[in-house]
Design a protein around this ligand. Structure first.
Ligand code: PLP
Length: 405
């Protein structure tokens, strides 16, 4: 069965009497134990819940995994992955990671005695040098957020495996519909379900998908110990998000490509970063491992002032730290999602203060282009519109949100 078909036909909960088409929400903490029958399949929702089980089977199918785990946020999934390490273990990670992941690696991970090494994941020689016999885990993102830098998953998997290390790939930027890390040799595929999988900015969720049964057992143990599994109602929301993942993604991606083409033709921008553009440095590697360029792009607009103006004037783009939703959004990473990273470190990663990240939603693409066109106008005045300009409360300039979400 094609995954597109499977996503709208989730398996039924065994024994569900009403034969409900929408997976029932088992909003319960406990399940009555049948002592004479060995306790039954479910006992406590922290360790297992029928609604979550259906979600996890869909997530496993999506990633080509044997098992998947649904967490209450992407960060909980990241934490569970790092729980595989113990004091003295070495961890090799990309230097261009999600701000929240970076925060754990700089603060919490070293406290447990784990040694963290940051590498440029585009450079295979650098990665090969960083991996030692003490390296237990290699953790990367591709393409990275917000610079859209591309790493070669299969080549990095080989380097990790040659030294007995596990490779985890944070695939939140593309979703398993566009890139399947496990098929490319990774051992753990990670997703923030908050982004494309949920797709509606109405829940936080995270996913780990694996093929190896021992790794699965360990992650199930960690998830149950820490109590980080996704709640029944949120599991249902994510199941509903998955049903439209393919149609949302194809529409959003087609629009992102059109927007990127249009932006790349503008003489007033310093750079447009998107793997779907012919000049993109990682395009060749990207298309060997992914089925499309995704829905996120970033642009360098020339100055901080112009970046802020763009965010404030754009009416159809919410100024938010997330991406992948049905509604388009804008983020200034230096001031928002990546503000917790020191300026020198940001510069090293190519996150200049004029960098603007754009996530493309399902709106009409001509509307989106017209909106960005008026927002990028240099004359200082926004074009007249029938829609009132959004209040600036909560926008970057007024709040200066200086923390990663
Ligand atoms: C958002 C994000 C996360 C964290 O996910 P949450 O659901 O916000 O906890 C991790 N990695 C990447 C690449 C992300 O974009």
């Amino acid at each position: 069965m094609n995954i597109r078909t499977r996503l709208v036909h989730p398996p039924r909960i065994p024994g569900e009497p009403a034969r409900a088409v929408s997976t029932p929400i088992y909003q319960t903490a406990t399940f009555e134990q049948q002592l004479d029958e060995g306790g039954g399949r479910w006992d406590y929702s922290r360790s297992g819940n029928p609604t979550r089980d259906i979600l996890e089977s869909q997530l496993a199918a999506l990633d080509g995994a044997t098992r998947a785990f649904a967490f209450n946020s992407g960060m909980a999934a990241v934490s569970a992955t790092l729980r595989l390490l113990q004091s003295g273990d070495e961890l090799v990670v990309g230097e261009d990671l999600y701000g929240g992941t970076n925060r754990i690696l700089l603060d919490l991970a070293p406290r447990t005695g784990v040694v963290v090494r940051f590498v440029d994941t585009r450079n295979l020689d650098e990665i090969a040098r960083a991996i030692t016999w003490h390296t237990k885990l290699v953790f990367i993102e591709t393409p990275t957020n917000p610079r859209l830098r591309v790493a070669d998953i299969a080549a990095i998997a080989d380097l990790a495996h040659a030294r007995g290390a596990t490779l985890a790939v944070d695939n939140s930027m593309l979703s398993p519909l566009l890139q399947k890390p496990l098929e490319l040799g990774a051992d753990i595929a990670l997703q923030s379900g908050t982004k494309l999988l949920g797709g509606h900015s109405d829940l936080t969720a995270g996913v780990l998908a694996v093929r190896d049964e021992r790794l699965a057992e360990r992650l199930a143990f960690v998830q149950n110990c820490d109590g980080t599994a996704l709640a029944p109602f949120d599991s249902w929301l994510l199941l509903r998000g998955l049903e439209t993942l393919e149609v949302r993604l194809s529409r959003q991606q087609a629009s992102a490509q059109r927007l990127a083409d249009w932006l790349a033709r503008r003489p007033d921008l310093k750079a447009v970063h998107y793997p779907g553009l012919p000049g993109h440095a990682g395009a060749y590697t990207h298309y060997r491992q992914a089925a499309g360029p995704g829905v996120v792009l970033s642009i360098e607009v020339g100055s901080t002032t112009r970046a802020r103006q763009l965010a404030e004037r754009a009416r159809l783009f919410n100024t938010v730290v997330s991406f992948g939703s049905v509604s388009s959004s804008i983020c200034i990473p230096g001031a928002m999602s990546h503000a917790s990273i020191a300026p020198a470190e940001r510069a090293k990663r190519g996150i200049s203060d004029d960098l603007v990240r754009i996530s493309v939603g399902v709106e009409d693409v001509a509307d989106l282009i017209a909106d960005l066109d008026q927002a990028l106008r240099e004359d200082g005045a926004a074009a007249p519109t029938t829609r009132p300009a959004r209040s600036l409360v909560g926008k970057v300039g007024s709040k200066g949100k200086a923390e990663v979400a």
